[in-house]
Design a protein around this ligand. Sequence first.
Ligand code: NAD
Length: 338
Amino acid sequence: MGRIYYLYFERGIEMNSKIKVLVTGAGGFIGHHLVKYLKNKGYWVRGVDIKEPQYEKTSADEFVLLDLREFDNCIKACRGVQEVYQLAADMGGIGYISSSHALVLRNNALINLHMLEAARVNNIQNYLYTSSACVYPQYLQQDAKVKMLKEEDAYPADSEPGYGWEKLFSELASQYYNEDYRLKTHIVRFHNIFGPLGAYEGGREKSPAAICRKVALAKDGEKIEVWGDGKQTRSYCYIDDCVEGIYSLMRSDYFKPLNLGQDRLISVDELVDIACKSAGKKIVKEYDLSKPQGVRGRNSDNTRLREVLKWEPVVSLEEGIKRTYKWIESELRAKGRI
Ligand code: NAD
C-alpha cells in the first residue's frame, strides 16, 4: 500500500491524509512546529516525547508520552506509521551541553540507536535524523571570521565534546542502516534554529532566545549580561525555514548529511543590537568572560543545500528576531514579569 502513496507524490497529487508519520521530540521546539506544519499538509501525525509541549497545545492526532531511551518504547512509537522524523534529544544551549557530556552522550546514543532499530523492525519507509553543526571540527572554528563549513569538513573529526561526538556517531549509524538495511535515512545538520515557542529561560535556551529575554526584562539604558566578549560569531536560521527544509529533505533522494541554516555570519554583539532594535531600547552590554561561549566562529556553507533542495532559508535575521522578541516579551508580560 505504501508504494501507492508515493506514486501519488510523484504525480504531484497530495494524498498526505493517508500517510501516517511519527514526530519524536514533538514536545520540544522544532518538533512542535514540525507537527503543525505536517498537519497543515494533511498528514496524520503521532507526536512522541517525555513531556508535553510547554507553551501551546500540540496539534498532533495522537500524542504519546514515552521515554525513547527504552527500545520497547521506540517500537511502540514507530508502530503503524510510514515515516519517522527523529527529533528527540537531550539538548540545550551551550551552558547545558558543555556541563553534561556523559549524560547527554548516553541519553542521545540510546535514543538514536533504539529509534533506528525500531524503524528497521517496523519497515519504516523514510527516516530523518536531526544532527547538528556541533559535529564540525573545533580546529576549523577558532577564528570569528570563520570559513563556511562544508559537509565534508566534518572529517578528520574533532567535534564538540559530548553532544557533538554523539551526533557524529549517530549520523554514521543512520548511514550504516541505509547501506546495510536500505532504510531511507536522511541526515540534516542544523545551524542555530530559533523562533517563537522555544525555551527562553531555565538553562536550556539558546543565545537568540536568551538575548531576547534579557533585553525584554531590561529597562531602556540598563545593562544586560552577554556571555563571552561578544565577538564570537554564528549564523541563525528561523524556525519556519527549518521545517520547510526538513520536509523537502524528507521528500528527496539524498541520504548524506546536509547543512540546514543561514549563511549570514553575525557576531553576538550584532545579535544583541538586532534584539534591541526590535525592542526599541538602548542597552549597555556587560561581558562575562567566565561563561562558556563554544567555538569562536561557525557558519554554514549552503552550496550543497541549494544543489539538493533547489532552495535555501529566506527569513531574515531581523524579521525572525522581531517575531521571537515579540513572543518572548508577551510571555514575560503574561507572567507579570514586565
Ligand atoms: P528541544 O530540546 O526543544 O526538543 C527535544 C525534545 O526531545 C524535548 O522536548 C525533549 O523532552 C525530548 N526528549 C529528550 N529526551 C527524550 C527521551 N528520552 N524520550 C523522548 N523524548 C525525549 O530541542 P530542539 O531545538 O527542538 O531540537 C530538535 C532536534 O534538533 C534535536 O535532535 C537537536 O539535537 C537538533 N538540533 C537543534 C538545533 C537548534 O538550534 N535548535 C541545532 C542543532 C541540532
